[in-house]
Design a protein around this ligand. Sequence first.
Ligand code: C5P
Length: 240
Amino acid sequence: MNKPLIIAMDFKDRTAAESFLDSLDSFTGTPLFLKVGMELFYREGPSLVEAWKEKGHRIFLDLKLHDIPSTVQSAARQLAALNVDLITVHAAGGIRMMEAAREGLETGTPAADSVPDCVAVTQLTSTTEKMMQEELGIPAGLEETVIHYAVNAKQAGLQGIVCSALEAPAIKEHAGRNMKAVTPGIRMKEQDRNDQKRVVTPAKARNLGSDAIVVGRSITSAEQPWQTYQDMMKQWRGKQ
Ligand code: C5P
């Protein structure tokens, strides 16, 4: 993972997603790193991923796998065969389930390709500490739980976790510097939050130690998406 800026392709279908990509392509033709989530994947399926890989884009397939280990292993094997670059699993599935995801990715990757990276989702940002303790019955604090899950993910051999850039320093302190922090919640200005509770700029994410930033609406809804992508890239790479 070479410090990418990943664009979250949160579109309802392939037509909408590709009309956005076409508007960028007219400026570049540059291969991008695209996050495909449940909405788009459940609608369009593997053929969308295959088509975008064919065009040279890297794919973060964010399906947040969470099931018994053998089912997750088989699912991961299928995703590896699609030659995606990065997938997600829920750390709440436990260490054995995360190991099974790795094993599935390793066995499912065609000989000529590299094994996709796998990162764990810890507590969803929609989960508050009160909800986690009272509804889910997890008595620890939220940050403590996130760190605990990150350490589990490391033990399972995953490459990193999805977290806020603000959590990246604590994750690295406890789970080690090599645990990658893939961080959404990125905005050009900290006041542009939409429904995100806590946001940081690309420059701040870099300073906090993020390894990859995930940017959705700031780029996909921008009046000049290509210019915004470039501006964010410059900040992220530390050239501004
Ligand atoms: O549009 P925005 O930049 O807020 O999109 C961020 C992307 O990252 C969305 O696809 C969202 O689902 C995802 N995400 C997030 N927070 C998490 C995990 C994923 O915002 N904790």
